[in-house]
Design a protein around this ligand. Structure first.
Ligand code: SF4
Length: 414
């Protein structure tokens, strides 16, 4: 089997099990069960587990259910915990039946196992707190390396995201699209630019590529190469890009309004840890203050409590964005480039506004508060299909349909 491309953080990850502050065995999320495991559980006669399998395992009735990867579903207890989580914070299925009895979801979490053309790629999601620390707190730009296949992970074929959908694709076309992805990551990691300017430039690149591939004359991915070279060339003139960024309009009141709306929609599905973050943010943002007062306070809190922490730690947001690109095979896997860009910018804006609120409540930020927000936000949004729909609908309702009309959300203060 060929080697697997991974980000440099990947080989360092180790689940911390009982020491984990937000175990993945809890949290009201949808834990799908693959078909083979579903049958194994229902046929089990293991005395401690068989009665629990009867109440905890059911057939997946969601429209997205298939006959293979998510055939069944694990029902959580009323408090959101998995029925098999023991007092020692270890898994009873693992204890009584061994690691090989775990479903693909439990065996592989928090990994993303992707296939890009003929290349296998593994990475980690930040909804796991230990992975979030490893990924986000590294001041060095994320790099890639290769590893040999991991028997416990790769013994059964499982794909999180695949591009192209049906086969490995034409190697020449795939190679150009891989260059496209490399340019996206190069832009996001270009530290001569402010983060907002980098994400603005990414929007212009997506718009340009979208224009090319939507043209009736488009026939080969190689037609993208001039645009990719041109955008790489622009990185030689950061001052011009920053000047363009300063011209983007700012509207913090609209941003606060959209974020408040999104959070209200998410609250009933939020885990208790995420609710703690939202509660802190709401108190810090003083959402019940009069309009002008709230805006003034937001600006003061941004200057006094948020900016001092992030002025030398913008890499946390950079690492977040680059990891989103890697784990989701951005921008190839689903939806239009415009909707994917809306999601990226919208999520960034929500996280940033919440962190200003949390910073105000705690009179400053530290790594633990920041990781808690990123991690719980990821768990709430990545595993909640309604989040993306709400986000896109909120931005659609006030925006015109173009990349540039989303960019105002990137501005952090007036
Ligand atoms: S969330 Fe991560 S560290 Fe915590 S128990 Fe799950 S895999 Fe382990």
């Amino acid at each position: 089997m060929q080697t697997i491309t991974v980000p440099d953080y990947y080989p360092k990850f180790k689940c911390i099990g009982p020491d984990c502050e937000d175990t993945c065995c809890s949290g009201w999320w949808n834990v799908s069960i693959d078909h083979d495991t579903y049958l194994k559980y229902l046929q089990s006669t293991q005395p401690e587990l068989a009665p629990l399998f009867k109440i905890a395992v059911s057939k997946n009735k969601l429209p997205s259910a298939d006959n293979k990867n998510n055939y069944g579903m694990m029902q959580m207890k009323a408090d959101g915990e998995c029925h098999f989580l023991q007092e020692d914070k270890l898994c009873a299925i693992h204890k009584f039946m061994g690691a090989q009895a775990l479903s693909d979801t439990c065996r592989l979490y928090p990994r993303y196992l992707n296939q890009f053309g003929a290349q296998r790629e593994h990475s980690l999601g930040i909804s796991c707190p230990e992975a979030a620390r490893l990924i986000l707190l590294n001041p060095q730009p994320l790099k890639f390396t290769s590893i040999e296949p991991e028997p416990s992970i790769d013994e059964k074929p499982f794909i999180s995201y695949r591009f192209p959908l049906q086969a490995d694709g034409d190697p020449e076309q795939i190679s150009v699209l891989d260059d496209f992805r490399a340019v996206i990551i190069a832009i996001l990691q270009y530290r001569e630019l402010s983060l907002g300017a980098r994400v603005m430039l990414l929007g212009f690149l997506l718009e340009e590529v979208n224009k090319t591939i939507s043209s009736e004359k488009f026939s080969s991915a190689s037609e993208l190469l001039p645009a990719l070279e041109s955008f790489l060339g622009m990185l030689g003139h950061p001052e011009q890009i920053e000047a363009q960024y300063t011209k983007i309009e700012t509207s913090i009141p609209r941003k606060l309004q959209i974020v408040a709306q999104l959070i209200t929609q998410s609250l009933n599905k939020a885990s208790s840890r995420f609710k703690e973050c939202l509660q802190d943010a709401f108190e810090g943002l003083e959402t019940d203050a009069k309009h002008g007062e709230m805006l003034n306070k937001f600006t003061q809190n941004y200057i006094n409590y948020y900016r001092p922490f992030f002025q030398n730690k913008e890499y946390i947001f950079e690492n977040y964005l680059v990891n989103q690109v890697i784990t989701r095979l951005f921008p190839f896997t689903r939806g239009s480039y415009l909707d994917l860009y809306r999601e990226l910018v919208g999520n960034l804006a929500v996280i940033q506004v919440l962190l200003v609120g949390i910073a105000a409540k705690h009179k400053g930020l530290n790594d633990a508060l920041v990781i808690k927000l990123f991690q719980t936000f990821a768990r709430n949004s990545n595993h909640n299909s309604g989040h993306l729909d709400n986000l896109i609908a909120s931005l659609h309702s006030v925006e015109q349909d173009s990349f540039v009309h989303i960019m105002w959300m990137l501005k952090e203060t007036n």
